[in-house]
Structures are given as C-alpha cells and as structure tokens.
Ligand binder design. Structure first.
Ligand code: ADP
Ligand code: MG
Length: 189
C-alpha cells in the first residue's frame, strides 16, 4: 500500500499539487486527469521518488515500480525484444520476444524501434513497464497516439498484467475506465 498524506508541490509559487491525500491499494486501478500542465506527471514523479514534496508525506512501504514515462524512452537502434532485454535485464532474448506479440504486430517485431510508428513504440514502452512483476505500475498517458481499438486492447493488457498490484494512470478524461477506484482531478489553480 502506498500512501500520500496532504502532499503539496509547487513550482515558482504556483501550487501544482495542493494537499493531496491518496492511498493506492493492491489491485486498485487509479487515474489522475487534468489539463496539460496541471501536475499529472509531477504526481507520478513524486510517487516514484524523482521529486520531493514541499510538504506532506509519501509512504511507499518499499514498493517497487513499473514505469511508463510520458516519452517512450526507447533505444532507437534496437528492436523491441532488445529494448526489453536491455532495459529490464532479461537474459533470454526469446523470453523477451515472447512478451511482445500480444500488443505488437508480427512484422514490427524485428525492426529497430526507430523505424516503427508512434503507436507501435508506445505499445513497446507499455510492455516494458508491465512485463516484470512490480507492486505498483505508474503509467503516464499510456494510450497517447493509440487508436480506440488499440487503446482498449492496451487497457485489457494492463488489467491482466497488473496481477493484483496497484495501477495509477495519467489519462485524458475521456479515456478513464468506468470501474476505476478513484480519479484524482488536477486543475491549474
Ligand atoms: P502535466 O503532466 O499534467 O502536463 P506536469 O506535471 O508536467 O503537468 O507539470 C505541471 C506544472 O509544473 C507545469 O506548469 C510545469 O511547467 C511545471 N513543472 C514541471 N516540472 C518542473 C520542473 N522540473 N521545474 C519547474 N517547473 C516544472
Ligand atoms: Mg504530463
């Protein structure tokens, strides 16, 4: 269980996250939404420990994180399986490759990711975040650049791969699934 207690984070005087309290429980699906610049990425960075709050507490209880960044952060010259291997320390290339066909087309499997479409690259970044078992998955706009059908498939994949762990996704309002446990709405005030 991860707990935020009255967390505030400001940049240049403007509160981007103001006294937010939040509990992420195992098996829960959570969303953070709000306009561009409202603090969604900042919230994920606070939880993964890349930023420190100005006030309040973040208790992670030793959680480890599977992370999908807002940018894909892929190694352009390597194919998808090598991206998984190199980023995650998976020793076997066949084992890494087996994780991909569910979200990635057959003919994209052996190309350098720099030659793939934005949607294909996004899906590889998603697999990279989800493939190892973690106690919490933090996904920053996981469906950006995906059409409705691939986004639906990606959401099913996230649900299955989460395996009882918590998932917090930064999403546009329209992409928020009906059954999320809590939606955090940030605004620019
Ligand atoms: P979102 O993900 O919702 O688009 P961000 O969390 O990226 O929003 O940014 C929230 C606000 O904080 C924005 O105004 C952004 O410019 C500002 N911000 C984010 N990171 C930094 C930083 N490292 N230094 C200064 N300002 C930042
Ligand atoms: Mg963001």
């Amino acid at each position: 269980m991860i707990e935020l207690r009255s967390v505030t984070k400001t940049y240049g005087g403007a509160a981007c996250i103001h006294k937010l309290s939040l509990t992420l429980e195992p098996g829960g699906l959570y969303c953070v939404t709000g306009p561009s610049g409202s603090g969604k990425t900042t919230l994920l960075r606070l939880i993964m420990g890349l930023e420190k709050p100005d006030s309040g507490e973040i208790i992670t209880n030793g959680a480890d994180f599977g992370v999908m960044f807002q940018e894909d952060r892929l190694l352009e010259g390597f194919d998808a399986a090598d991206n998984l291997r190199l980023a995650l320390g998976i020793k076997s290339r066949p084992a890494a490759r087996r994780e991909l066909p569910e979200l990635l087309e057959e003919d994209a499997l052996d190309k350098p990711v720099g030659k793939l479409s934005g949607g294909q690259r996004r899906r590889i970044a998603l697999v990279r975040a989800m493939v190892l078992r973690r106690s919490c998955y933090l996904l920053d706009e996981p469906f950006a650049g995906l059409d409705a059908e691939s986004a639906a498939r990606a959401l099913e994949y996230i649900r299955r791969m989460a395996r009882g762990s918590a998932v917090l996704m930064a999403l546009h309002e329209k992409d928020i699934p009906a059954d999320v446990r809590r939606v955090i709405r940030l605004n620019n005030q």
